[in-house]
Design a protein around this ligand. Structure first.
Ligand code: ZN
Ligand code: ZN
Length: 174
């Protein structure tokens, strides 16, 4: 994975599509990230963009990695502007404007049965068993000092077999 320079990809996007206004976050590979191609973790000191290591094994790895960084940068850009930074209409607008794709590859053969979404940040979580009481970890860390807060309760948005083709099609999460 070392052949891909994540910081360079970030800088290229930043200059081309964000007027160079984004500060450089920590950008790192995440070998454990399986359900999404990337993640944006906001932090007042230094935000983090993670890229799933499995992307390196895909045929069009470079394109996917660039695209993932562009996608996570839109979350970052919205957050910097203190706007809701989930997959909002503005997110989609910016996505079209700068040419980031809506979907990305996620590994196949994952027997997820349920999909939950955080209504605050839009993060999707795929699980095999239904969750009784769960909240978005990122939002609770960010807004509730790491404690469970009902505002960030995960909402069940899809269940059952119908979910699998959707996942296999490679719908991006996170
Ligand atoms: Zn959230
Ligand atoms: Zn996203």
């Amino acid at each position: 994975m070392m052949q891909f320079d994540l910081v360079r990809f970030f800088t290229e996007w930043n200059l081309r599509s964000f007027e160079g206004e984004l500060p450089i976050p920590e950008i790192r590979w995440n070998p454990r990230l399986k359900t999404s191609a990337g993640r944006f973790i906001p932090d007042r000191t230094r935000s983090i963009i993670e890229v799933a290591s499995y992307l390196c094994e895909e045929k069009n790895a470079e394109h996917l990695i660039r695209d993932t960084i562009g996608h996570e940068m839109i979350h970052f850009w919205l957050w910097q502007k203190r706007l809701p930074y989930g997959h909002t209409p503005l997110f989609h607008e910016k996505m079209e404007e700068i040419g980031v794709s809506r979907y990305n590859t996620v590994p196949r053969h994952r027997p997820f049965k349920h999909c939950y979404e955080c209504r605050s940040c839009g993060q999707k979580i795929f699980v095999r068993k239904r969750l009784r009481m769960a909240a978005c970890a990122a939002c609770c860390n960010q807004h509730a000092e790491g404690k469970f807060h009902p505002s960030y309760k995960l909402k069940l948005i899809a269940s059952g077999e119908g979910l699998l083709p959707q996942i296999e099609r490679g719908e991006r999460v996170g």
